[in-house]
Every structure is written in structure tokens, then in C-alpha cells.
Write a protein that binds this ligand. Sequence first.
Ligand SMILES: Nc1nc2c(c(=O)[nH]1)N[C@H]1C(S)=C(S)[C@@H](COP(=O)(O)O)O[C@H]1N2
Ligand SMILES: [Mo]
Length: 368
Amino acid sequence: MASNDNPFSGYSGRIVTQDGLYSQSEVGLANRNSGILLETLALDVTPTGLHYLLTHFDVPLIDEAHHKLEFSGVFDAPFELSLDEIKSLPQVTMPVTLECAGNGRSGVSPRSHSMPWSYEAVGTSEWTGTPLKPLIERAGPKSDAVEIAFFGADYGFDKGVGHYFGRSLTMAQISDLDVMLVHTMNGQPLLPQHGAPLRIIVPGWYGMASVKWLGRIEALTKPFDGFQQVRTYRFREDDEDPGRPVTEMRVKSLMVPPGVPDWGSRKRWLEPGPVTLIGRAWSGGGVPISKVEVELDGEWREARLEQQASNYAWSKWSCEWKATPGAHVLRCRATDAKGNVQPLDPPWDVAGFANNAAQKVQVYVGQP
Ligand SMILES: Nc1nc2c(c(=O)[nH]1)N[C@H]1C(S)=C(S)[C@@H](COP(=O)(O)O)O[C@H]1N2
Ligand SMILES: [Mo]
């Protein structure tokens, strides 16, 4: 490539390092939790080792041979189940797209102090396990049960509050959502970081509901007041706002960045000519995607959409582009079957939850 066509010549992609540009604790979070590589959006199923990770405390290392799932609280017939017993129940496998509620946080300004995700806290896996609802019915919630809480084996502190990671669903949500009790991910036993030996998957919801390292299911007579239910995962306008719970995923799409990257900036370079842009789009609550548009040279063009692998899996899209020399910013946006459209600007939230603003990909097209 001629040097005058190289947008990265004389540019190191590195900024002069100064103290205070980022916080040590955010870097620590980013080192423990990882995102997918956007190039894997080309695949229907995210390779297991490349699925994003979000773990609040330490990964508990659980001996699967002795692990028991315990039902407690206001059930008529509470019981315990071993892993073998769970595996002997009717088994289903379903591809489900999981996205962290904090995905996109770094694009919300001012950003909150937490895991600084850009676009990559999303992935799709084929989860195998048994449907949860029949087990809840078998345990028989008493008539005054209003919610079912799910507790992980991981304990830690947040804002001074010690707690096991726990989340709840109402009785109505238990009956409406296709919640799965899962031991297998993409045909392999769950890896320690993804909740081994047992987790739930709440399809169509942001990831916080899909409790990993599940040890206990408790029927409650009052709404669950655990930290992860009432202190966080709430949409808030400001610090005083009690907030509304974060539940279903918002409509969103991502593109595989075309061409090749610059190491530092991740900006792209590619040759002029026809290029097929591809990506994925998904929404929450089992609502399918009805349209994906790609902004090319200032014009929104409708992409081709492929059939999703299940109600809860993302859809593949593709779009032809004739790349012309120069700098371009590519964007894509999805619309779901309920008419929800992905916004171009980040929706405001104090904690930067559920930012589904359209991804921007900066591309330089130059002659080789
Ligand atoms: N027990 C437990 N479950 C958990 C978490 C956790 O920290 N502890 N993190 C939640 C969050 S915020 C997300 S986004 C998903 C991430 O699942 P993954 O790490 O398997 O991708 O797990 C959820 N389940
Ligand atoms: Mo998350």
C-alpha cells in the first residue's frame, strides 16, 4: 500500500499515559471479565471459550459429585436434587443469546464506575438442561408465595453489603418465561466461570437473571430484597431515583468490523470494491427482529435477515456495500416485531444499563 494511503502511518494508536485516565479498579474488573471478539459475530454459536464473562465475586469451585440443588422456603413439598437426578429429568437444548445489562456502559456519559463494556458483552450458546417450571410445581409453592429466589454459591460484598449473588422472579414470570436449569453449554459440561455445575438461563432477559453456581431455590412470601435485586439492576434517572427493574433485553444489532484493524485504535482498513457486511441482531422477551438497516454513505439500507435458530437466539443479517476510497463511519440498527427501534444515541441511565445505541465502526478504504 502506498504510504499516503495508509491512514495509520505516523500514528502509534497509543496515547501518552497519565495517572488518572482510568481507575485501577475498572482495569481490574476488565481483566477478570472478558467480552466476545466481535469477529465471532460471524458464527451462529459463540465458541465457549470466547463467550463473554461477568462474575461479581470469586468463581466458586464446586464439587459436582456432591452438589445438591436445595428447594427451601414456603413450598409444600421441598426437596433436593443431585446433578445426576437433574440430568435424568427431561432434557432440552436451546440456543439463547445472553447479553450483560452493563453492555455499552462506556458509551453512556457520564459513565458510572463499573465494568467498562463497549459492545462485546453478548454471546449465543446452546444450553442444555431441564425446564424449571415443572420442578417449581413439584415443590408446590404455598398460596402465600409471591416470588421465587435463586441463590448462587458466590458470596461477596458490594457497597458494604455482604450477600450471596441472588435474584428472584415473580410467580407470573416463572410461568411465562422459558427458564431452564442448565448443566451443559455447547455440548460440554459448564465451565467453572459460566456457573459449573448448575445455573439457570432466563431467556430474553439481560444476563443478571441467569444465576450461576445455583445452589438454592427459595419460595418467598415477600418480594425479594437482595442486593442484586433492589440495589442494582434498576434503571435510575439520578442517585435519588428508586428506579425500575432491568428485565428484558432491548433491541440491538452489531456488525463484524470489516477489513483489518489497527492494533491500538481498532479502526479498520479495507480495499475499495464490493464487501459483504454481516452481523447479528436480537431483542428481548422472545420478540423476533423484523428489520436491520445499515447506514452506508449517509443512506440507511435494509439488510437481508436470516431465520433465527430459536425464539431466543439472535438473527444473522448481511448487506452488500461498494466501498469507495476515503474515511467512512458504518452503523447498523435493528427493529423488532413490536416496533421497537434501536436508538442512534445512548439512552440515559445512572449505571449505564441497557445502552443499545447503534454501534459505530470507523473504516478507511484505500488502494493497496
Ligand atoms: N452467581 C452468579 N450468577 C451470575 C453472576 C454472578 O456474578 N454470580 N453474574 C450475572 C451477570 S451480571 C451476567 S451478565 C451473567 C453472565 O454469564 P456468563 O459469565 O456465563 O456470560 O451471569 C449472571 N449470573
Ligand atoms: Mo451482567
